[in-house]
Design a protein around this ligand. Structure first.
Ligand code: GTP
Ligand code: MG
Length: 428
């Protein structure tokens, strides 16, 4: 939607100031500006309009249309970007009224995803979202083309051409959905084998650019991409890591959230987000250096609710704590400590607080573990190694009658050990 192959397209941003909006419109426009920049555009102007509701036809009101059209012309803009997903008819009407190409927030976000998708799965998901988004907007796209006066459709395309395109898109959508279903099957298989392994899974979630990937690297020695831009991570990564008490856990890094995440993207990335369904713990990473951190936390909470994950145990990590400097920073730190008494402060990029986070993860992983003392037959000696990996082996004594084991392990594993061994046969 934003052509990143050409010199940076000049964008004029518009937002509505509606009652009960989660973000202040100026803050939301700042964020939209960052999104437009990540998509390859350059912001040259912006405007907001206070309204009780969007104009059903052109989203912004009549007077504002004239104002924006004049400003955009003066600033030699290539496009106007609306800070909300517009109905296809609104987008068309606004384009006509302004006489300039109109892109909406969803279009920009989908663009960034398309730019950043690396794996086959990521590409399939993005294309699916793109086509679903574009399909009802085809007519507008065609009109845009004909206005450019290019060879195709200078006389305006016939409805039949549009129909052909819809059919092509529908066929492609079917194809993509099938491929995604295959991917989902594979994922489910991996998940099943992992759950058999019984490892504790902690998933890093949070607003985009909060530092999830940096934290993933700091905690697990992984080497996932870190970048100061929205949606650097699209494809989930899972790594095993050993915590201070010897516990092995899985850590999972995944796509970040943003305010007004396009519904077609959420649907298409369901497979990726399903990774979160298995998580024993959601590690909510918050960027404390951002002025809108509370609004962003509310977006994350709402997104988790939409994904059915509101009740999952979670641990709040207040990241980028190195940015809290001076008296103001100290006051902020204090306020956050009392607001989130169980949260951990970290600086993923300098490593401060990461050890404490490791300890907290270990404690979370051990919550609900049971202490078992059993005598295992030598034929089940392999279990001792598994205890080392998945639990805490306090002692193992190799006697004539078997191995006397004293350990703390996850409940399911405890039951398995008790079935295999003879109970209470060890000392104490
Ligand atoms: N000052 C400071 N910067 C940090 C810290 N942690 C991460 N960053 C920076 O924040 C930016 C985003 O970091 P990422 O780890 O890519 O963030 P993310 O949450 O994975 O972002 P997405 O994958 O895009 O959703 C990068 O420029 C990091 O270097 C921190 O503790 N302090
Ligand atoms: Mg990331």
């Amino acid at each position: 939607m934003i052509d990143s192959a050409r010199p940076r397209e000049r964008a004029f941003l518009i937002a509505l100031d509606l009652p009960r909006a989660r973000f202040d419109p100026e803050d939301s426009l700042d964020e939209l500006g960052a999104l437009v920049a990540a998509a390859g555009g350059e912001v040259v102007g912006r405007a907001t309009q206070r309204r009780s509701a969007p104009d059903p036809r052109t989203w912004i009101g009549k007077g504002k249309v004239v104002e924006v059209a004049t400003a955009a012309k003066q600033l030699r803009c290539d496009l106007v970007v609306a800070d909300e997903e517009l109905a296809p008819s609104q987008q068309r009407a606004l384009e006509e009224a302004l006489g300039i190409r109109v892109v909406d927030r969803s279009g920009v976000i989908i663009d960034i995803f398309a730019k950043h998708a690396r794996t086959k799965e990521g590409r399939v998901q993005v294309e699916l979202a793109q086509l679903q988004y574009m399909r009802p907007r085809l007519r507008g796209l065609w009109q845009g083309l004909s206005r450019l006066g290019g060879g195709v459709g200078t006389r305006g395309p016939g409805e039949s051409l549009l129909e052909t395109d819809r059919r092509v898109i529908d066929r492609r959508l079917e194809d993509l959905k099938e491929r995604l279903a295959d991917v989902q099957k594979q994922r489910a298989a991996t998940r099943r084998s992992r759950s058999r392994d019984g490892l504790f899974l902690a998933a890093l979630v949070g607003y985009t650019n909060a530092g999830k990937s940096t934290l993933m690297n700091a905690l697990s020695g992984a080497d996932v991409l870190v970048a100061d831009q929205p949606f650097a991570t699209l494809d989930p990564t899972t790594r095993r890591t050993t915590l201070p008490n010897g516990t092995v856990v899985l850590l999972s890094d995944t796509v970040g959230f943003v305010n007004k995440l396009p519904p077609t993207l959420v649907a298409a990335f369901r497979a990726t987000l399903e990774e979160l369904e298995d998580a024993d713990l959601l590690v909510q990473v918050v960027d404390v250096s951002h002025p809108n951190l509370h609004e962003r936390m509310a977006v994350v909470a709402a997104t988790l609710r939409d994904l059915g994950l509101a009740d999952r145990p979670s641990l709040i990590v207040l990241n980028k704590a190195d940015a809290l400097r001076g008296p103001e920073g100290d006051a902020m730190r204090e306020a956050l400590s009392s607001e989130f008494p169980t949260a951990v402060f970290t600086s993923a990029s300098t490593g401060v607080g990461v050890d404490e986070l490791r300890d907290r993860l270990a404690a979370e992983a051990m919550r609900g573990w049971r202490r078992v003392t059993v005598r295992l037959p030598y034929s089940a000696g392999g279990l001792v190694q598994r205890i080392r990996e998945h639990g805490n082996l306090r002692s193992a004594e190799y006697g004539e009658a078997g191995i006397d084991v004293d350990a703390e392990v996850p409940p399911a594993f405890a039951a398995e050990l008790e079935r295999t061994g003879s109970e209470g046969s060890s000392r104490r």
